[in-house]
Design a protein around this ligand. Structure first.
Ligand SMILES: *[C@@H]1O[C@H](CO)[C@@H](O)[C@H](O)[C@H]1NC(C)=O
Ligand SMILES: *[C@@H]1O[C@H](CO)[C@@H](O)[C@H](O)[C@H]1NC(C)=O
Length: 256
């Protein structure tokens, strides 16, 4: 055990010496400092100020803060496959990638300090989801089987989220973490494309795609939730990781 720890220690030192000599002018192991993010500070209940601050924050966050475990959110890469088993359809969605979160428009932020909740409303003008799908079953009463690429475009998606916070103290500072959240969304327009449906049978494939696109709203209502759950999960995990480094004394005007 001691030997193992010693070896790990030595290895990390060697790595450190090696990399620091490669790029001697910057310390690659330094965490980003909060002040370097140039976040706007607001009183938490000042909704107008918070909307602007969150809007500016979106640009910073979509690129990710890898030193704090905050993954890039535009492009967002799905950690896990999404399995959909709804209304007679079994669809496995793999290697998911979502583009467009960087362009969301923050509409409303209501931080309720007494209730420990944050209510957030935003609009995503354009979201593009790509990945691999494997489907078997039926959609809108038509049989569907296929194994290929899937591309979904969602226009004008409104999202509202109610976030429940835990508040805690650490080294005399006040932190929040996300205890739970619930969200709802509404899609303005959905467009779907799946390649290699029915083993490449163009006629059958196009029939199903046309039906799906003609009934885009019904498809979005039935099938978008599991994908949105994954997206929400990854967003809030990232936000939570950031919050662990961001005491309210340093990111707001409400705590001194
Ligand atoms: C206050 O919190 C409860 C749950 O703890 C929630 O159901 C309720 O909607 C919140 N009230 C407001 C005004 O946000
Ligand atoms: C679906 O994607 C394929 C391959 O990229 C393309 O050839 C086809 O035109 C697209 N179909 C629709 C309905 O967008």
């Amino acid at each position: 055990m001691r030997l193992l720890i010693f070896l790990i220690f030595i290895t990390s030192q060697i790595t450190y010496i090696f990399t620091s000599s490669l790029c001697s002018c910057e310390n690659r192991y330094a965490s980003p400092r909060l002040e370097d993010l140039h976040l706007d500070k607001c009183r938490l209940e000042d909704s107008a100020c918070m909307v602007n601050a969150f809007q500016k924050g979106v640009a910073t966050f979509s690129k990710g803060l890898p030193e704090w475990g905050v993954a890039a959110m535009d492009v967002m890469e799905f950690d896990e496959p999404v399995q959909i088993d709804i209304a007679g359809l079994s669809l496995c969605f793999n290697d998911g990638r979502l583009k467009g979160l960087e362009n969301i428009i923050i509409k409303n932020i209501e931080w309720d300090a007494n209730n420990h909740t944050i209510y957030v409303e935003y609009n995503a003008p354009s979201l593009v989801l790509t990945g691999k799908y494997l489907a078997d079953g039926q959609v809108l009463l038509l049989p569907i089987v296929g194994d290929g690429d899937m591309k979904v475009k969602l226009k004008n998606t409104d999202v509202n989220v109610l976030i429940f916070l835990d508040v805690y103290k650490r080294s005399d500072k006040t932190y929040v973490s996300i205890k739970n959240y619930k969200y709802d969304f509404n899609v303005g327009l959905g467009r779907y494309n799946l390649t290699n449906l029915f083993n490449g049978d163009k006629e059958l494939g196009n029939t199903v795609l046309k039906l799906m696109n003609d009934n885009w709203q019904q498809i979005a209502l039935q099938f978008a939730r599991p994908v949105m759950d994954t997206v929400a999960n990854q967003i809030f995990r990232n936000v939570d990781r950031f919050l662990a480094y961001a005491p309210l004394e340093d990111i707001s005007l409400s705590f001194k």
